[in-house]
Ligand binder design. Structure first.
Ligand code: TYM
Length: 341
């Protein structure tokens, strides 16, 4: 069976519209045709300063939201990264295969560390993409003549990390023997980069966007509507796709098109001569219709923490079995002496 793996950081009290359209919607869709592994990456969340109580809460809220969106804990393996210690172990091995210069070229590190000054950034933030490569490669299908597909559904901003992962997999295979299937980024057309509602040339981002620029999945209907009605557009009146001159409207068109499944050209026609008001109003309704049931289900799931913990333990056991098998092979290939039985 083709495999799929992806991860998301528990760094906010809610996921946002960019996470949903860029990645999470694909997570749910791909479970029908793939053996899926989905991971709440709490180890990644401590690469910047964090509050332990918030991390604990957000890890559970993250898992609950994924279930509420339709990740099925029976068909798919949903787990918390720190429950499977092999992630950190493989990251060490891969970090020994990564060039310092190679790691220095990662643009996400440059962006994130620029805010605090590179010298103040943690070494963990620097090696973050190597841990991500380990997350992925631990769940490699078996290699062989016709190795099955191995997909990683992510937004556009993760493309470079996926390239690094492929490079490291290839390097490992070359030095130590065929071990990893090279994973492929699965990046959606149209919705791979949702931008900030107030700053439509910048990515919608948990860490960089203002609250007015970001739509949270768990947001209350009132504020959600307001944010969309106040989204920055331009001084024109035409609902038209034009990335260069109409970045705001273009972003809203992308969101609308992704949520409704209608081509952008159809939407341009539908709103011809109507100005932005009606367009935004309908978009707000569409977002509400999508997120309200998710919010309600998330609240319900969080009401039974024992059940949630049970599901995550079940996921950790399944993920752990796969990770242990891969790591055993890796240790042997690298030349570590086995402990014996
Ligand atoms: P994270 O937690 O920042 O984001 C989760 C997913 O949401 C996508 N995304 C977006 N897509 C479209 N428009 C946006 N504005 C937007 N903002 C975020 C991200 O591309 C991502 O797919 N490094 C990863 C987490 C990770 C991971 C992994 C992913 C750790 N290990 C292994 C895949 C496989 C990250 O920071 O995602």
């Amino acid at each position: 069976n083709p495999r799929v793996l992806s991860g998301i950081q528990p760094t906010a009290d809610s996921f946002h519209l960019g996470n949903y359209l860029g990645a999470l919607r694909q997570w749910v869709a791909l479970q029908d045709s793939h053996e899926a592994f989905y991971c709440v990456v709490d180890l990644h969340a401590i690469t910047v300063e964090h509050d332990p109580a918030a991390l604990r809460r957000r890890t559970k809220v993250s898992a609950a939201q994924l279930l509420a969106m339709g990740v099925d804990p029976e068909r798919s393996t949903l787990f918390v990264q720190s429950h499977v210690p092999e992630h950190a172990e493989l990251a060490w091995v891969l970090s020994c295969l990564t060039g310092f210069g190679e790691a220095s070229r990662m643009t996400q590190f440059k962006d994130k560390s620029a805010k605090q000054g590179a010298a103040a950034a943690s070494v963990g933030l620097f090696t973050y993409p190597i841990l991500q490569a380990a997350d992925i490669l631990l769940y490699t299908p078996e290699t062989g003549e016709d190795a099955p597909l191995f997909r990683v559904p992510v937004g556009e901003d993760q493309r470079q990390h996926l390239e690094l992962t492929r490079d490291l997999a290839q390097r490992f295979n070359h030095r130590f023997g065929d071990t990893f299937v090279l994973p492929e980024a699965h990046i959606p057309q149209g919705a791979a980069k949702i931008t900030d509602l107030q700053e439509p040339t910048a990515k919608m981002s948990k860490s960089a966007s203002s609250p007015q620029g970001i739509i949270d999945v768990l947001e209350e209907p009132g504020p959600m509507r307001k944010k969309i009605m106040r989204a920055v557009t331009d001084t024109g009146t035409e609902v038209r796709y034009d990335e260069e001159n109409k970045a705001g409207v273009t972003n809203l068109l992308r969101i609308f098109s992704a949520l409704e499944g209608a081509p952008v050209a159809d939407l341009e026609k539908r709103y011809e001569g109507q100005g932005y008001g009606q367009f935004k109003k309908d978009l707000a309704q569409l977002v509400l219709d999508t997120f309200t049931p998710i919010r309600e289900r998330t609240e319900k799931l969080l009401g039974d923490e024992e059940q949630l913990d049970r599901l995550l333990r079940h996921g950790a056991e399944r993920a752990g079995a796969v990770a242990a098998r891969t790591m055993e092979l890796v240790r042997d290939q690298v030349g570590f002496v086995g402990r014996g039985r």
